[in-house]
Design a protein around this ligand. Structure first.
Ligand code: PMP
Length: 391
């Protein structure tokens, strides 16, 4: 094949653009020969500047699911352009599009549209940090989520590591807010959440990784991520920039039956034009209460086990009671069997260690949305010391 025109264009481009391209992989550094300049495309075919034709498997990195220059897409874009390119004001089309997206992605109850996948991810993670009041974000080695500084981080080997900048120009302090895990490694994910769960705002993942080559999740991996994030009060962000409307109309979340807190989508919703969308279910306040309640339960149970004290903790979400008795408490008769003298000593010791529990064995304690990491740490210290004093 002749490529005189591509070579000429590359020569000119190299004077202007690093590597002659606007995105690193296009420079052909990992393969043989020089980049080919594509002049036009239709359906499954590309035509280069010299008139050579190729069957295309890049598809603009995924968005061209209908093929290039599909007549319906071209007609819709032409109609829209004839009405004016942008207004800096709301327009009817964005409402239609938002309704169509929500129809396909029921987890995206409220949406915000952006100009790129990168911005969609940045918006989603900012929302997650704002919502949880936490700073750390977890990503996976080999997953790409756009050009935001804190996501351009190198992965460590094996265990979770603090992110180190992948690119010059990313401040180390910013990269350090990102933790990196190996994909499909359940033990590493469990260990990280056990150690840092309460500091994690969000875990972001390509549910089927496209950016290290196609790497699907192993059975049970996505459900585990859902469980770990929910238990930690962190948000699960599915980055469906590649998988959205691709692996299924409803994306990987429909294919694998996972309900994320936030989803990001990219150019595929723009017919290939540069756009992005993020959205999610709104509050999730009861999920946070459940996570905090569960943690208080675990603190009580493990402290009692260590002190060899008979204890049954009963809990519904954020209300719970530690009964100083064995076995389930199903009725008043069971409740009345609890050791009230022991409860009284426990209660006094909790007060002495700075924790105010209801002053009766026959009351429930209540966890609030204000019980943050500091409050729960104080809870752990008080319970452990009070429980140790009972044995
Ligand atoms: N997330 C994923 C999974 C991606 O593959 C990409 C880009 N291919 C992005 C985010 C960033 O999207 P954009 O290039 O539109 O900023």
């Amino acid at each position: 094949m002749a490529n005189t025109k591509s070579s000429e264009l590359l020569g000119r481009a190299k004077e202007l653009l690093p590597g002659g391209v606007n995105s690193p992989v296009r420079a052909f550094r990992a393969v043989l020969g020089d980049p080919i300049f594509i002049a036009e495309a239709g359906g499954a075919w590309l035509t280069d500047a010299d008139g050579n034709k190729y069957v295309d498997y890049v598809g603009s990195w995924g968005p061209m699911i209908l093929g290039h220059a599909h007549p319906h897409v071209v007609a819709a874009v032409q109609r829209a352009m004839a009405r004016g390119a942008s207004f800096g004001a709301p327009c009817p089309g964005e409402v239609d599009l938002a309704e169509a997206i929500r129809g396909a992605y029921p987890s995206m109850q409220m949406l915000r549209m952006t100009s790129s996948g990168t911005e969609a991810v940045m918006g989603a993670l900012r929302a997650a940090r704002g919502f949880t009041g936490r700073e750390l974000v977890v990503k996976f080695e080999g997953c790409y989520h756009g050009g935001a500084d804190y996501l351009l981080v190198k992965a460590g080997s094996g265990a979770a590591t603090f992110g180190e900048p992948d690119s010059a120009g990313v401040p180390a302090g910013i990269a350090a807010t990102t933790l990196v895990l190996p994909f499909n490694d359940e033990a590493a994910a469990r260990a990280l959440f056990a150690a840092r769960g309460r500091d994690i705002a969000a875990l972001i993942v390509e549910p089927v990784v496209g950016n290290m080559g196609c790497v699907p999740p192993e059975d049970g991996f996505l459900p585990l991520l859902r469980e770990l994030t929910r238990d930690a009060g962190a948000l699960l962000v599915l980055d469906e920039v590649m998988t959205g409307f691709r692996v299924a109309y409803g994306g990987a979340q429909a294919l694998y039956g996972i309900e994320p807190d936030l989803t990001t989508l990219g150019k595929i919703v723009g017919g290939g034009l540069p756009v992005g969308v993020y959205g999610g279910s709104e509050p999730g306040l009861y999920e946070r209460l459940e996570a905090s309640g569960k943690l208080v339960e675990e603190i009580l149970v493990s402290a009692a086990a260590r002190a060899r004290v008979d204890l049954t903790v009963q809990r519904a979400g954020s209300m719970l009671t530690p009964f100083f008795t064995q076995g389930p408490v199903r009725s008043w008769v069971d409740a009345a069997r609890a050791d009230r003298a022991r409860f009284a000593r426990f209660h006094r010791a909790l007060l002495d260690h700075g924790m105010y529990w209801p002053p009766s064995q026959f009351e429930a304690g209540f966890v609030s949305l204000a019980h943050d990491a500091a409050a729960l740490d104080a809870t752990r210290r008080a319970v452990e010391q009070a429980m140790a004093g009972l044995s």
